[in-house]
Design a protein around this ligand. Structure first.
Ligand SMILES: NC(=O)c1ccc[n+]([C@@H]2O[C@H](COP(=O)([O-])OP(=O)(O)OC[C@H]3O[C@@H](n4cnc5c(N)ncnc54)[C@H](O)[C@@H]3O)[C@@H](O)[C@H]2O)c1
Length: 309
């Protein structure tokens, strides 16, 4: 009996000790990393067609739609493992209907993502990147920045990551506001999104992407920005309308935008935010790409493959 596993994720590699277990259990991992960030559904279908049977797959941001699931069913696939947490690129309904188990790892990267969010806050307020650029140009011109202490930080989405950001900010003496329809925690002040934008100096997006919040951070929400907040997105690019954010930066109604995620990934040259280099800070969806986090999730995935075979 073949135990073929296709790996589409960029970072999954079993450790040596797991490889030995895999050999013993006749588990074979076939690597299919995309040249870009992910495979679209047609690319996945082409690859899947070339196998007689597939026990399971590991994927990252690859687009697993209904057609892909149907094809996997014909290959007797039992499980799909997400390298990470967000399940927004898979048709969960189809997977359930076809009795293919989907496994993800909620909260596995909360430390790394929260650390990046804190890094964004410090960099936006203290302008570390601009000072670095100037100083390396042998310029001694100082730039005014902002003190973080006593600022109001509004967090939209108060799940694993949102709460971890609040925890990490404790030592900075800031006031935390949050919005999340599913969470109620007495330690912090819960409020609506309009108030978050009206009262915050820094607004952080930390919610999952779902059908009800696609593009919900747009001009109709941004117009409530009374204190010219800095906006930070470590969750998903499609939560925001980037051209609206660009307009608000241009009109100086928000002070800046730091993001790890984009409406179109990888980033494209025509991204409207690229015009505002001084008020923006970009990373390429790499909040969870640390040696420690990758090592941790790869161990979990190997364990899961063995359990699910
Ligand atoms: N940048 C990265 O590399 C990276 C890494 C991991 C996770 N993420 C993203 O971060 C998201 C959050 O992660 P998490 O572990 O905290 O997830 P989580 O499921 O623990 O929490 C998400 C919270 O967002 C809330 N929410 C959903 N829609 C909302 C809305 N419209 N307004 C306010 N709150 C809303 C939910 O009720 C939930 O409590 C993930 O779904 C993923 O998309 C990004």
């Amino acid at each position: 009996m073949e135990n073929n596993i296709l790996n589409f994720s960029q970072y999954y590699k079993p450790h040596l000790k797991d490889k030995k277990k895999f050999n013993h259990l006749k588990i074979k991992i076939f690597q299919h990393q995309s040249k870009g960030q992910f495979h679209n559904a047609d690319e996945l279908i082409n690859i899947i067609h070339s196998y007689n049977s597939i026990k399971g797959i590991v994927y990252g941001d690859d687009q697993i739609n209904k057609k892909v699931i149907k094809l996997l069913k014909t290959k007797k696939t039992k499980f799909i493992i997400k390298w990470g947490q967000g399940l927004d690129s898979i048709d969960l309904k189809s997977a359930k209907k076809n009795q293919i188990k989907v496994k993800n790892f909620p909260g596995i990267f909360k430390t790394e993502v929260a650390e990046l969010a804190v890094g964004f806050i410090l960099n936006l307020l203290r302008k570390i990147n601009l000072l670095d650029q100037n100083t390396k140009k042998i310029s001694w011109r100082r730039i005014f920045s902002h003190t973080l202490k006593n600022k109001v930080v509004g967090i939209i989405g108060f799940g694993n990551i949102g709460k971890e950001i609040a925890k990490k900010l404790k030592g900075f003496d800031v006031k935390i506001l949050y919005n999340d329809p599913k969470v109620k925690i007495k330690t912090y002040t819960k409020t609506n999104i309009k108030t978050i934008f009206a009262r915050s100096d820094i607004v952080i997006l930390a919610c999952d992407l779902n059908l009800s919040n696609l593009g919900f951070i747009n001009k109709s929400v941004l117009k409530n920005s009374l204190k010219k907040p800095y906006l930070i997105n470590i969750a998903r690019g499609k939560l925001v309308i980037e051209k609206d954010i660009a307009k608000y930066i241009q009109n100086k109604k928000i002070s800046g935008y730091a993001t790890d995620v984009f409406q179109h990934e990888p980033i494209v040259k025509t991204n409207p935010l690229l015009k505002y280099k001084k008020n923006t800070l970009f990373t390429n969806h790499s909040a969870s790409v640390t040696y420690e986090a990758v090592n941790k999730i790869n161990c979990e995935i190997s364990k899961n493959i063995i359990k699910s075979i």
